[in-house]
Design a protein around this ligand. Structure first.
Ligand SMILES: CC(C)(COP(=O)(O)OP(=O)(O)OC[C@H]1O[C@@H](n2cnc3c(N)ncnc32)[C@H](O)[C@@H]1OP(=O)(O)O)[C@@H](O)C(=O)NCCC(=O)NCCS
Length: 167
């Protein structure tokens, strides 16, 4: 397994894996397959190349099998924090430490760039993701009822945070 930052050159693999994630697990993500599959490859290139975003990929050989992203805030009052987005590991690769390794790469980078707070949301009932986030040090600060709706069914989301005190 190899973990590295993704660049715009990784857009084809990133787009394929992201659409797979949105298709397989619609309740796990706020983005939807139906909206994202209409976006061209250039949208993925732009996302991976944006100064405000950072994405990491987990590879087996040349194949992208897992990913996670960090969306940084830009305004003066909140640029000390960033949002963790799009955590996904292809199910045939789960349970081998890929999710943990992706989260470690993200947190190490966040510390190095002096971010002070990471936030994320996880759909209630997604126990594998919840365990991964808790193991990585995230704590819950509230449940948002009816946070997303998928096929007419509403799901609550757990909001979590990780403080990164300056070392
Ligand atoms: C949540 C998710 C990212 C976890 O990915 P993963 O690669 O399986 O994560 P890890 O392997 O690091 O951890 C999973 C389990 O494997 C175990 N594990 C970690 N390293 C291991 C290793 N080297 N050997 C064996 N087991 C290992 C962990 O202890 C963990 O067990 P636990 O869940 O009982 O605590 C993955 O299940 C996923 O993509 N889920 C669907 C999408 C999703 O819900 N995303 C979150 C959106 S908020």
């Amino acid at each position: 397994m190899n973990i590295r930052r993704l660049s715009p050159d990784d857009a084809p693999g990133y787009r394929t894996l992201r659409l797979r994630a949105l298709w397989e697990l619609p309740q796990a993500f706020t983005s939807s397959y139906e909206e994202d599959e209409k976006l061209p490859l250039e949208a993925s290139e732009k996302r991976l190349g944006s100064h405000h975003n950072r994405f990491w990929g987990a590879f087996e050989g040349d194949e992208l099998c897992g990913m996670v992203g960090l969306e940084c805030e830009t305004r003066a009052k909140n640029r000390h924090k960033a949002k963790v987005v799009g955590m996904y590991v292809a199910h045939e690769q789960t349970g081998r430490g890929m999710g943990g390794a992706l989260m470690k790469a993200l947190i190490d980078d966040a510390r190095a760039s002096r971010l002070e707070l990471l936030v994320l949301t996880v759909t209630e009932g997604d126990s594998a993701a919840l365990r991964l986030y808790q193991r990585s040090g995230f704590r819950s600060f509230g449940i948002e009822p009816r946070a997303i709706k998928v096929d007419g069914h509403a799901y609550p989301k757990n909001h979590m945070y990780l403080e990164l005190p300056p070392s």
